[in-house]
Design a protein around this ligand. Structure first.
Ligand code: SF4
Ligand code: SF4
Length: 149
């Protein structure tokens, strides 16, 4: 009987709380939480502005970036980015491994064309670690063979 009364009391208190607050939880993913303007969430690349220089790949301290594709030879006429820089490589894959990335932002700072940037979006959760490697070129979660160690 005592337990039953304490349960009724609990329900009563809960009802009163619910009257005071319309919602007690954030309804993810329908209600977005506030994202601070300086937040670093998802790395994106505007490929029409990317020269394929690989500077981002070279400076990444955790080797989270992997770029592959043919480098244009010195004798070839190089295409240009939308902002007029020479494109030195035809990028086929541009992968970020979020299991390695520490969000230091060094790659974004090093990018000479400013095509690499952070966006206020979230990467999707993955069942396996390999699912955290995302090819920005295709936006498909596809681990490059041999890239994951
Ligand atoms: S934010 Fe840092 S760790 Fe992540 S990919 Fe860029 S340089 Fe690498
Ligand atoms: S540093 Fe910038 S321009 Fe160079 S490959 Fe990376 S994203 Fe492209």
């Amino acid at each position: 009987m005592r337990r039953f009364l304490s349960y009724i009391k609990f329900l009563y208190m809960k009802m009163k709380m619910n009257q005071r607050h319309s919602s007690v939880t954030f309804e993810y993913p329908y209600v977005n939480k506030y994202i601070h303007p300086f937040s670093r969430l998802e790395i994106k690349n505007r490929f029409q502005e990317c020269s394929g220089c690989s500077d981002c790949e070279k400076v990444c301290p955790t080797k989270a970036i992997a770029i592959s594709g043919e480098i244009y030879s010195a004798s070839m006429k190089k295409p240009k980015t939308t902002l007029g820089a020479d494109i030195v490589r035809h990028i086929e894959k541009f992968s970020i491994s979020y299991d390695k990335c520490i969000y230091c932002g060094i790659c974004v700072e090093a990018c000479p064309t400013k095509s690499l940037h952070f966006e206020k979006s979230f990467i999707s959760p993955a069942k396996e670690v390999r699912g955290l490697t995302i090819d920005l070129k295709t936006e498909n979660k596809a681990a490059i063979k041999g890239f994951l160690t």
